[in-house]
Design a protein around this ligand. Structure first.
Ligand SMILES: C[S@@+](CC[C@H](N)C(=O)[O-])C[C@H]1O[C@@H](n2cnc3c(N)ncnc32)[C@H](O)[C@@H]1O
Ligand SMILES: [Zn+2]
Length: 193
């Protein structure tokens, strides 16, 4: 893949983020609907996309994490944005995002404002990750709506159910452990009384 010049936008600049590493910030007020920056990358067919996705999955199994920048464009094509010159890849995820990725008629991806954005606000969009392996992607977006993990909004009800069930199981386990310790302590007291 040839090296392209980094994607630029008059609306944004890259800065350190409180959410994670580097992020993208508005340098002026951005109106709703604005195409802020293009998400650049290599257009690849589904077979190549599966190959790259599987390779990243293998890396994540070995290292516990891997950055995924694969976007679905249509039934035939995906876009791999894993290139230094794709500055838009630095936009972090949020559960209450101010941007979304819109695909135009030419299959170009634009990070687009879904509401008016104030100067100095960090830009974000929902990464749209599936629910499998959700625990590998804890979310630190800090929004009031945060569901705790980077997961597509469609899966939030299922995620909430899973988290609730898991919490109830942990609470039962903790209560059992507490009861076991109390019994042990009572036995010990009886022995020495
Ligand atoms: C595409 S990069 C975004 C740029 C990244 N901040 C950096 O400095 O390279 C995606 C990675 O950023 C991190 N990230 C993005 N949004 C996040 C969030 N809301 N909470 C926690 N980590 C996040 C995750 O590690 C994710 O795999
Ligand atoms: Zn979140």
């Amino acid at each position: 893949m040839e090296e392209l010049s980094p994607s630029k936008s008059d609306w944004t600049e890259v800065r350190g983020s409180e959410v994670h590493g580097r992020g993208m910030f508005a340098v002026k007020d951005i109106p709703e609907g604005e195409h802020i920056i293009e998400y650049l990358g290599e257009r690849i067919d589904k077979e190549e996309s599966d190959r790259r996705g599987n390779a990243l999955y293998d890396v994540s199994q070995e290292t516990g994490g891997a950055q995924v920048y694969l976007f679905t464009l249509d039934e035939s094509w995906d876009l791999d944005g894993n290139f230094e010159w794709n500055t838009a890849r630095l936009v972090n995820h949020s559960c209450e995002s101010n941007c979304e990725a819109q695909i135009d008629d030419e299959l170009r991806i634009w990070l687009t404002a879904v509401r008016d954005i104030k100067c100095d606000e960090e830009l974000s969009f929902n990464y749209g990750f599936g629910i499998d392996d959700y625990e590998k992607h804890p979310c630190l977006c800090g929004s009031r709506k945060c569901v705790g993990y980077i997961v597509t909004e469609e899966c939030w009800p299922e995620l909430r159910r899973i988290i609730k069930k898991k919490k109830a199981k942990e609470e039962r386990k903790a209560a059992k452990e507490k009861a076991r310790k109390r019994k042990k302590e009572e036995k010990r007291k009886k022995k020495f009384s």
